[in-house]
Design a protein around this ligand. Structure first.
Ligand code: ATP
Ligand code: MG
Length: 777
């Protein structure tokens, strides 16, 4: 047989080598994190191409994210040369299906220019149908229906097959079938697929049109799937269709491929890799059985186990093994490494999310000083709302960072919407912000209405806001006229208080009276839930602002936010620290990893705690997070966390005690943090771990008061804008939290100038001069 050249096999252990060279029909590689599953897939592809066993166009590789696809393409190119690798399909399930559907949709009544409805679009459609049918009176909700339709499609049940199994005596089922039917018809009329359709319809296409399927079955001779544990039923079925052999009658006449004795073409070879301990998408229909039952579904398959971990130190692996072994119903597999035990895991308990974020920023700075590049450092969290405290501290510390798989806090659409309300109220002349919120939440003010308002405003030389007050003169329908004047009235009333009212009150009033928050809360789409959480987080921000600035006005607040937002794009040639959710972290690896918010309620997340299988799935998520780290792992939590506009006492995560105590060195353990007063500097005396879950935090007072000087109060009570304060190396400064220090260097220009400061007691820090709470001495 053909053997790829030595470079492709270099350094592989015997099991990995076998996996790269195996040439049977189907191969399953199951192994724990960091054992080289993705690497083996990559080398397998490179080997097939290098030996000319396959043309690039015959390879279909499926990854979980677009980023992973780009990386795999890059690596294959690096191994065998970029041109040699051109023409491969390396993509996610969804992108592969879009490509297929664009070519083939005309076979079943769609055109190639079909629209893809995102979840907001489908929900808008469902909402309209529910209204049409008056189905809300029967208790149908948009999110309930959307979830059920999505689930049906992931299980490959269309409205016809669903109806066959439905009990029409039950009004709930009969009603749902009717909504599902209208939804399906509307999508078809609109020449649109929703997100779940992309996969389900491709399966349908292949099943209904064997000749079309044969084109792809003939084309893709080698199919490889990474992260197989997170495939759902529809994705599994797609793989089955693609790897099916071609019956003699469907073999294209012009084929030059070898046929079997009966004249058919055997199925493509299939390689899947996965780790059932890393299955974290059950909530999206992922089915771990796909991996468990692989051998039954694909007879004569070969199973290869990998046990050596090449990513992490033994301490990190021991922690990961200890945690995951608490899950029942799993095959026990122990990972080992030859890297050595490495540094201990560092634990830290902050007083608050801010304190925790400051710890993270300080440690990142230390790592950077030791020579770890920013791009090799990642910070993980369970919920997007946690980014706010991190981002704020990172900006103030001038740490370059980027948020992966999500927009930065102030760039999120829902935060922009909420901020636009505040801006409209503060500045009635601003048409941009007003246009942004005119139809948020949806109140039926469409583009035509907006245009009519604008032309009235232009003709009469008044603002858009004035035009809204006069809406009754425009001859619009009564409903939309009411919506417009109603909104104008709310805005006018809130505007009248804008000079004096508390910012948080203004925001809460707007969110409530406009129905903004209600609309997000009412829907149970996980995305809207996250959006509502983010908006609640903005409420927390305003409350915190008001605590720090009792006299602060709305305009002061807007000024501060625009400063933070303007500093967002700090960049640095040495790369950026990556921030992401634990779900996004799957498959990635970093030299140093900070796993933040290791608290009950966040990890496990409160929503999953009561669900069947929830805590086990959250434990897998924790396991995924730990196993991303190569050499340094930091686990942090806070004693109190501002959430939903309130400060709550937080408890250490139950998963923390599953890690053997001697693997963690607490810089500040939960015990330290509770037993100490608030005036001491953050402890650096690493005590023996004395963390006890049962008694932790039970009698915890609220966050200890910060002792501040009069000067500090003066500085924090004003909007932090140091104007054109210039600093030079050698200057002495005073910082609200860090005390006195000496500037050692200044880099950057204008508003992005950064001072490096050696503080007398607080160590070395980087500060964005424009907004740092500092004074030149
Ligand atoms: P995950 O479960 O997290 O997706 P994985 O099993 O896909 O992990 P890889 O990402 O392929 O693991 O590999 C983990 C790390 O180990 C990578 O940095 C990879 O380059 C390295 N690695 C894999 N195999 C070897 C080997 N034989 N020798 C040296 N390094 C290796
Ligand atoms: Mg991998």
């Amino acid at each position: 047989t053909l053997v790829p050249d030595d470079r492709l096999l270099e350094g592989l252990n015997p099991q990995q080598r076998e996996a790269v060279l195996y040439r049977g029909q189907s191969l399953l590689i199951v192994a724990g994190a960091g054992s080289g599953k993705t690497s083996v897939l990559t080398r397998r592809i490179a080997g097939l191409l290098q030996t000319r066993e396959a043309w690039p166009s015959q390879v279909l590789a499926i990854t979980f994210t677009n980023k992973a696809a780009a990386e795999m393409r890059e690596r294959v190119g690096a191994l065998i040369g970029r041109e040699e690798a051109e023409g491969m399909w390396i993509s996610t399930f969804h992108s592969a299906c879009v490509r297929i559907l664009r070519r083939e949709a005309e076979n079943f009544g769609f055109t190639k220019s079909f629209t893809i409805y995102d979840s907001a679009d489908s929900r808008a459609l469902i909402k309209r149908i529910i209204k049409e049918l008056d189905a809300d009176t029967l208790g149908f909700t948009v999110s309930g229906v959307a979830g059920k339709i999505s689930k049906a499609k992931n299980e490959l049940s269309d409205v016809e097959s669903y109806a066959r199994g439905a009990n029409f005596n039950d009004p709930n089922e009969a009603g749902f079938v009717e909504i599902f039917r209208r939804y399906t018809e509307s999508l078809a009329r609109a020449n649109a697929f929703d997100f779940d359709d992309l996969i389900a319809q491709t399966v349908y296409l292949f099943r209904a049109f064997p000749a079309v399927a044969a084109l792809y079955q003939r084309r893709f001779r080698h199919i490889l799937v990474d992260e197989y544990q997170d495939t759902n039923h529809a994705q599994y079925a797609l793989i089955r269709e693609l790897t099916r052999g071609i019956a003699p009658e469907h073999v294209p006449a012009d084929t030059r491929m070898a046929t079997s004795a009966d004249g058919g073409i055997p199925g493509a070879s299939l390689t899947v890799v996965g780790d059932s301990d890393q299955s974290i998408y059950a909530f999206r229909g992922a089915d771990i059985r796909n991996i468990v039952e692989f051998e039954r579904d694909f007879p004569n398959s070969r199973v290869i186990l990998l046990e050596q971990n090449y990513r992490s130190t033994q301490n990190i692996l021991d922690a990961a093994n200890a945690v995951i072994s608490n899950n029942f119903d799993r095959k026990d597999k122990k990972l080992f490494t030859t890297i050595g035990s490495g540094d201990k895991i560092i634990g830290f308990t902050g007083y608050s999310g801010h304190d925790e974020a400051q710890f993270v920023a300080d440690e990142i700075q230390k790592l950077h000083d030791e020579g770890v590049a920013y791009k090799d450092i990642a910070v993980f969290y369970r919920t997007n709302a946690q980014t706010r405290a991190l981002e704020e501290i990172f900006i103030r510390s001038a740490l370059p960072y980027r948020v992966l798989g999500g927009t930065k806090f102030y760039e999120r659409a829902e935060i922009k919407d909420a901020m636009a309300y505040l801006i409209t109220v503060a500045n009635p002349f601003d048409p941009l912000a007003l246009r942004r919120v005119m139809n948020v939440p949806k109140r039926g003010i469409g583009p035509a209405t907006e245009a009519a308002l604008q032309s009235y405003a232009d003709a009469n030389q008044v603002t858009l806001r004035d035009a809204m007050r006069d809406a009754s003169l425009l001859g619009l329908g009564p409903k939309v006229t009411g919506a417009i004047t109603g909104l104008a009235q709310i805005l006018d009333e809130v505007s009248a208080t804008a000079g004096t009212a508390k910012v948080s009150d203004i925001l809460v009033t707007l969110l409530q009276r406009t129905g903004f928050i209600e609309a997000l809360r009412a829907s149970r789409d996980p995305q809207d839930e996250a959006r509502a959480e983010n908006v609640e987080e903005l409420v927390s921000v305003t409350k915190e602002f008001q605590r720090n600035n009792p006299e602060g006005t709305l305009l002061d607040f807007l000024t501060e936010v625009s400063l933070v937002a303007a500093a967002d794009d700090l960049d640095d040639s040495s790369g950026t620290v990556s921030l992401m959710t634990l779900h996004t972290a799957k498959g990635l690896e970093y030299e140093a990893v900070f796993l933040t918010g290791v608290e009950e309620g966040l990890l496990p997340h409160q929503m999953s705690a009561s669900e069947v299988g929830g805590p086990a799935e959250e434990r897998r998520l924790f396991y995924v997070g730990i196993t991303r780290a190569r050499r340094r792992l930091f686990l942090s939590l806070a004693m109190t966390r501002a959430q939903f506009g309130e400060v709550n006492v937080a408890m250490p995560s139950r998963y923390l005690q599953e890690i053997p105590a001697d693997l963690i060195e607490w810089k500040q353990s939960p015990g330290d943090a509770t037993s100490r007063g608030g005036t001491q500097p953050r402890a650096l005396n690493a005590r023996r771990p004395q963390f006890s879950y049962a008694s932790s935090f039970s009698e915890l007072p609220a966050a200890p008061p910060r002792v501040k000087t009069e000067w500090a109060n003066r500085v924090t009570n004003t909007v932090r804008d140091n104007g054109d304060l210039t600093l030079a190396a050698g200057d002495r400064i005073r910082h609200v939290d860090f005390g006195d220090g000496r500037v050692t260097a200044v880099t950057g220009a204008g508003p992005k100038s950064v001072a490096e400061v050696q503080f007398d007691t607080a160590g070395r820090k980087r500060l964005l001069i424009k907004i740092a709470p500092i004074e030149k001495l």
